[in-house]
Design a protein. Structure first.
Length: 459
């Protein structure tokens, strides 16, 4: 909550530039609340407010601002103020800010840091993009194997200040490789003379610094940890990743998947700050590909032009046929993409999924086919609207719905597996893409069945 003052009252103090009152008021606020307020004022006023805050509170507040707001603040802050702010930021949060900025701006900001902080920032930026190394912090506490509990606690008191977390500390061997993870609560409750290595502990799980961020999220979900150690190629401990960083990664991954499912490239920045030309490019590429795919629909209809000319009534049901197939395909692909993302299914499960979706598609197709048959065959004015052979037309529509829905379900469920097998992102199998694929196939199924069943009557 925003302290005792209401949000409009804080904003009024900022606009009135009553800095003394603001300094006292902000002392009672948490950094997320200050960040929320600063999003409502100009970057120039925000820069002034940051001068009022203590260094620790200013850094924490800056970390809670969205990236676009951080970038705008960087443009108006003085070098000295900016350097002080970056010095106090957590290394992992600072890295994510620097990697999103243009290289020239990043270089300028790096030059404002102290030699030690510049070395840390450079090391983290040296890891591949979207890897565990970009999200870790080197601010952790570790012990030697030969320490007693009393020595370990004394070590925490000496070196634990300003560390990312002290909930879990690590025991490392002579090579610097983690061999044990110990909860601080376990240390506090243990016999001071006991060896750290003799304490109760769980299985040690670590993440390579070069691991993709998807593997980081999977490890936290699988082992249900609050923090995990990050190791280099030699297995030495180089940092830790905490659960708050993983939540940020999950949000980014979910945003990317939703964008791709909608049939567009993922935006790397907030919607309102994205350049209009960038947005058009990311959306237009997919729209052009889908348009080319839909052109195949016209080609398929041209192939059956003679049948359409003789039985115009068949064209009445084309939208229903292709939309049913597209909808079933979109449902299936959305289900499987999500199941793959949360590891409910894996690549070897494709055959089990295929059988389930084939049965589901058959049942759903039969259900929709029955609705379509009843709607046509028992319509009060069916003969006048659909002609004297309306029952055969109803049968064509019903069987087509069974085939199209079944094919759409199978195609929508198998395409994500195919993309995963090719080491591509399954989310690329977007709902519009699957719908376009099923449109063409649906027409082929529909008119093929019509040419068989209506031969000698309408055709």
């Amino acid at each position: 909550m925003l302290g005792q003052l209401l949000k409009p009252e804080y904003e009024e103090l900022i606009h009135a530039r009553n800095w003394d009152a603001l300094r006292d008021a902000f002392a009672d606020l948490e950094p997320p609340d200050v960040a929320e307020l600063l999003e409502t004022v100009s970057p120039q006023d925000s820069a002034v407010v940051f001068r009022l805050l203590p260094r620790d509170q200013a850094a924490d507040t800056f970390e809670h601002l969205p990236l676009d707001r951080q970038t705008r603040l960087i443009e108006v802050m003085a070098e000295g103020q900016l350097g002080s702010l970056l010095e106090e930021m957590a290394p992992d949060d600072r890295t994510r800010l620097l990697e999103e900025l243009p290289w020239r701006v990043t270089q300028r900001l790096l030059n404002t840091l102290s030699p030690e902080e510049r070395r840390i920032a450079g090391a983290l930026l040296g890891y591949p993009e979207r890897s565990a190394g970009r999200y870790m912090t080197p601010e952790y506490v570790s012990f030697r194997e030969d320490m007693t509990v009393a020595e370990a606690l004394a070590h925490v008191r000496r070196h634990g200040k300003d560390r990312e977390t002290l909930n879990v500390v690590y025991v490392v061997d002579r090579a610097g490789c983690p061999v044990l993870a110990v909860r601080l609560a376990t240390l506090v409750l243990a016999d001071p003379q006991a060896r750290v290595m003799d304490l109760d502990h769980g299985m040690l799980v670590s993440i390579p610094a070069t691991a993709p961020r998807e593997d980081v999220v999977a490890a936290f979900e699988k082992y249900d940890r609050e923090v995990l150690p990050v190791t280099d190629s030699r297995g030495a401990l180089v940092g830790i990743i905490t659960v708050d960083d993983v939540l940020d990664v999950q949000a980014e991954e979910a945003t990317e998947d939703i964008h791709k499912l909608g049939g567009m490239e993922a935006l790397e920045e907030p919607y309102l700050t994205a350049d209009i030309l960038t947005m058009v490019r990311k959306r237009g590429t997919w729209l052009a590909l889908l348009l080319v795919g839909e052109m195949l629909t016209a080609t398929a209809m041209a192939f059956f032009e003679h049948d359409i000319a003789r039985a115009v009534v068949l064209t009445l049901f084309i939208p229903m046929i292709i939309s049913s197939g597209g909808n079933s395909g979109s449902q299936a692909t959305s289900l499987i993409i999500r199941a793959l993302a949360v590891r409910e299914v894996e690549l070897p499960d494709w055959w089990r999924v295929c059988r389930r979706e084939a049965l589901s598609g058959l049942i759903l197709g039969a259900f929709l086919g029955l609705i379509g048959f009843v709607r046509i065959a028992f319509w009060p004015t069916a003969a006048a609207v659909y002609g004297p052979h309306y029952r055969q037309v109803a049968l064509v529509v019903a069987l087509s719905l069974v085939g199209v829905v079944m094919f759409g379900t199978l195609a929508g469920s198998m395409l994500p597996f195919l993309l995963r097998r090719l080491k591509l992102d399954p989310a690329t199998a977007s709902a519009p893409f699957v719908a376009t694929l099923v449109d063409v196939t649906g027409l082929l199924i529909y008119f093929t069945l019509a040419s068989v069943i209506l031969k000698g009557t309408l055709l």
